[in-house]
Design a protein around this ligand. Structure first.
Ligand code: GLN
Length: 559
């Protein structure tokens, strides 16, 4: 960056066209940036790519902060339909975000916040708010410099706040989209201001292999990369996604078309498990290339990871777990649960085979045949009444037949309704989400939800303390009497019914600090019948499987 531009940082002025940053104490060049864009198609694994690259740099002793930009106008992911967009992931601070942040957290074994996620909706709502407050000093508010300036501030302030050596920015969508064009422009400006050697651009592209030709074709990738270059960005690294390893000849074509040396055009084929990707990147020296480009030095990486991958690849046992789900068509809507099962499976030396259980046709009569052959069942989170009675039938069957049961959020509520109806004998017991006039509203709106309108961001969200009863089964699983878990719900177990449920043998072994919200339940007559009002799947990590999933899978193995 030249002297004039430098002077503009931190200075209020209306006299020049450089964006006057509001960041105090920012020094260009101190934090390094990696900008990851996609081309050809979306959904090509950019999230995994970004997470793995971040992990490899972290393994070298660097502080890495990831950031995801999504081009949609929703303020956050809370109002998105998981059937279309994949699961809504929840962070400690209650941010409802894209599932890629889950991938980052799992690979980095870290905890992220709203600072790590920005949507076009959040961006524009903040800019428009500033405009109303008169913060633009009479200027016409423009995409350049104001929108791009806001974006650069957001990206840089993450580096400042987290004292990151590297901020890694994943730009959602593909190059050429209207939705991310101004964001990519901001990322171009970033390199101009930060100076050479401080920003590394990576394009993740896709090499097609049409079935009729049976041969890999690079033209679409070339055009995609050209689109990026026409926006003023010269990539340093090209990652070629493909169903199989990308042939050298194809990489050569991409290399010539993009000015990127052949050794930095890396092949990124499909693998059996995403946890094998770090080794694949190490083999292609991707981390080393990024560090060279950014002039970074790091220590030699330690490794506990490969043993974990070996356990995934060579399981000694198999278990079959049923998941009752509304979104059984789109597995991405249950991504974190599937990962949590994989982590717990590896820890128990077994492969977890998941069977999707459509509950809209399950009744007490056919539950036994529908759940036949399963070693355990999970009733996951969900909203609305579709398949609800079938889920209750599954909980009842599991409870009566000692089939391992793990209820997550809605699945916790399902278990409460089952016990209320079938053990307490409360006829018509229900959740008021499903039956507003239920004679026994054993699951009811949380008090703080009563006068909230609208759908966005207003649930009981984010990390909260769970106090675990000493001597309970949960206490044994956690090995602790206190933990923090992530919530996303509107309904809870009605306090008026807690006593009756307890008398029927249900134990509430986890509560909030005021002991008013029931957060873990267990049915000690069974070997494993556990429900959590929170979502343990969000905190499971590859090398640290979540205690509830770990205990559940261990019980499934024994079953
Ligand atoms: N629909 C239920 C509630 O709002 C459960 C929510 C969930 O499973 N995430 O409380």
């Amino acid at each position: 960056m030249g002297k004039k531009e430098l002077a503009a940082v931190g200075r209020k002025t209306t006299e020049h066209e450089f964006y006057a940053s509001t960041l105090k104490g920012y020094k260009p060049g101190k934090t390094k940036y990696i900008i990851i864009t996609g081309s050809v198609i979306s959904g090509l694994g950019k999230g995994v790519f970004s997470a793995v690259l971040a992990k490899l740099l972290q393994d070298r002793g660097l502080r890495v902060s990831p950031l995801k930009f999504d081009g949609y106008l929703n303020i956050d992911a809370g109002t998105l339909n998981p059937y279309r967009h994949g699961e809504v992931f929840v962070l400690d601070d209650g941010t409802e975000c894209d599932m890629d942040l889950g991938t980052y957290e799992r690979f980095l074994d870290g905890r992220l916040s709203a600072d790590n996620y920005i949507t076009a909706g959040k961006l524009f709502s903040q800019i428009l708010k500033r405009e109303r407050e008169g913060k633009y000093l009479g200027r016409d508010v423009m995409f350049v410099p104001h929108v791009t300036g806001f974006i650069k501030d957001f990206v840089r302030s993450l580096g400042l706040k987290t004292k990151a050596d590297v901020v890694l920015v994943e730009v959602g969508g593909t190059v050429g989209d209207i939705e991310n064009s101004y964001f990519i422009e901001a990322m171009r400006e970033l390199a101009y201001e930060e100076g050479s050697g401080n920003v590394c651009y990576v394009n993740v592209t896709y090499i097609l292999k049409p079935g009729t030709l049976g041969e890999q074709k690079s033209k679409a990738a070339q055009f995609g990369i050209r689109a990026l270059m026409s926006q003023g960005i010269q990539p340093h690294i090209i990652a070629c996604r493909a169903s199989e390893p990308v042939a050298e000849k194809v990489r050569e074509k991409v290399s010539i078309a993009s000015n990127v040396p052949l050794e930095r055009v890396v092949s990124f084929p499909d693998v059996d498990t995403i946890y094998a990707v770090p080794q694949m990147f190490k083999d292609s020296k991707l981390d080393g290339a990024v560090m060279d480009i950014l002039g970074l030095k790091g220590k030699a990486p330690a490794d506990g990871w490969n043993a974990f991958v070996q356990r995934i690849r060579r399981p000694k046992k198999n278990v079959r777990v049923g998941i009752t789900g509304k979104y059984t068509g789109l597995h991405d809507s249950y991504a974190s649960i599937l990962h949590a099962l994989e982590h717990a499976g590896a820890a128990n030396d077994c492969r977890v085979h998941v069977e999707w259980v459509e509950t809209s046709e399950i009744t007490d009569k056919n539950a036994a045949s529908r759940l036949k052959g399963l070693n355990g069942i999970i009733v996951p989170g969900g909203f609305g009444s579709r398949g609800w009675e079938g889920k209750i039938a599954c909980a009842k069957y599991a409870r009566e037949n000692d089939l391992p049961y793990l209820g997550l959020c809605l699945g916790f509520q399902t278990a409460v309704v089952d016990v209320a109806r079938h053990v307490c004998g409360l006829k018509g017991a229900n959740s008021t989400e499903m039956e507003p006039n239920a004679p026994h509203p054993v699951i009811e709106l949380l008090p703080q939800q009563l006068d909230i309108e609208g759908l966005g961001g207003n649930m009981r969200l984010g990390a909260r303390t769970v106090e675990i009863t000493k001597g309970s089964f949960a206490n044994k699983l956690y090995g602790a009497t206190k933990t923090k878990e992530r919530f996303r719900h509107r309904y809870e177990c009605n306090p008026d019914y807690v006593k009756r449920l307890q008398e029927a043998g249900l134990v509430f072994s986890g509560c909030d600090t005021h002991h008013t919200v029931m957060q873990i339940l267990e049915y000690p007559k069974n070997k494993f019948f556990v429900g959590s009002q929170f979502h343990p799947e969000f905190l499971s990590r590859p090398l640290r499987p979540h205690p509830l999933f770990n205990g559940f899978i261990a019980a499934c193995v024994r079953k």
